[in-house]
Design a protein around this ligand. Structure first.
Ligand SMILES: Cc1ncc(COP(=O)(O)O)c(C=O)c1O
Length: 304
């Protein structure tokens, strides 16, 4: 599948209307282009239902509010746009992205005032961020030599369109022959990974960092599934040592699901393959997605 080649068939939402992808245009003066000044969120749909859509929309509004970007539609309007791009592209399972740019200001200067925000949304056939073979075996990761931008400088809770810090850490890992990076914060504690939250399991208890992270929708779901399975999750500081010596380490995200880290910095983690807790949570997560219980149907019921 080619993304961004200008498909005339795919419909996207931009600037208040639905247009073919090859007609979608963003101004070179949009602050998203000039300064990375924009927010986004990623949701996924399976079997005609978008999982936790309202949670993703809530987070998008919180990110935008924190940056004083006013989203041109209300939450119900954004929800309808997402469902409509699914319908227009006849998608049942999809990777969905909603972006809100600061927009074009009066001059191509840095002033964030008097800009007109632009809401963009697209949906493409579902694609996992993780290769299925790698997902089944677990990944090889390394702790990055860089540090996650501290929340004192840019709050990690804001899902903004400036991912350079994450991209550089992923590149460093990939160029060292690894699948992914683990990000430490300025204090040396585990924060997250480029696009994922981090969990460890040790003696039947889950641990996950609570600071300098994007508060992941999947992270929250995992904590709920763990609680339902009688497992406690402790939110707190973790070090590289804790990860090296965990029974299991796994990562979570909407587009990647739940998958194990089998090796970190050349050290085998646990049994060197996805452990029983990772597998159990992954299974419960898949069941939850398939049940549609916490999902928004793309098509309204026939009698609505
Ligand atoms: C930096 C970062 N951390 C964590 C996550 C996981 O969040 P979620 O589970 O909501 O997809 C993401 C997802 O895109 C992310 O970009």
């Amino acid at each position: 599948m080619n993304i961004g080649t200008g498909s005339a068939e795919r419909q996207v939402y931009i600037g208040g209307e639905y247009v073919p992808e090859n007609e979608a245009r963003v101004s070179i003066f949009d602050h998203a282009v000039l300064y990375g000044d924009a927010v986004f969120d990623t949701a996924c749909a399976w079997g005609g239902k978008v999982f936790k859509l309202d949670e993703h929309i809530d987070r998008l509004f919180e990110s935008a509010h924190a940056l004083k970007i006013e989203i041109p539609l209300d939450k119900a309007g954004v929800r309808e746009v997402v469902l409509e791009i699914m319908r227009r592209n006849k998608l049942e399972s999809a990777y969905i992205k909603i972006i809100v740019t600061r927009g074009v200001g009066r001059m191509p200067l840095m002033s964030p005032y008097n800009c007109e925000p632009n809401l963009i949304a697209f949906a493409i056939p579902y694609l996992s961020l993780i290769d299925s073979g790698v997902q089944q075996e677990g990944i090889r990761a390394g702790i990055s030599s860089m540090r996650r931008i501290p929340s004192e400088s840019l709050d990690a809770k804001i899902k903004c369109c400036n991912y350079l810090n994450h991209i550089l850490m992923r590149m460093e890992a990939n160029e060292a022959g690894l699948d992914e990076a683990i990000e430490l914060d300025i204090g040396g504690y585990v924060a997250e990974a480029p696009g994922y939250n981090v969990f460890i399991a040790k003696q039947g208890v889950l641990y996950t960092p609570g600071e300098n992270i994007l508060v992941g929708v999947t992270r929250q779901t995992v904590m709920e599934l763990a609680a339902a399975a009688g497992m406690e999750t402790v939110v707190g500081r973790l070090t590289a040592f804790d990860l090296y010596n965990a029974d299991e380490v796994f990562l979570t995200s909407t587009a990647g699901g739940i998958f194990a880290v089998r090796e970190l910095d050349g050290r085998q983690i646990g049994g060197g393959k996805p452990g029983p807790i990772t597998q159990l949570l992954n299974q419960r997560y898949t069941e939850l997605l398939e049940s549609g219980e916490q999902s928004t149907p793309v098509h309204p019921p026939a009698d609505a």
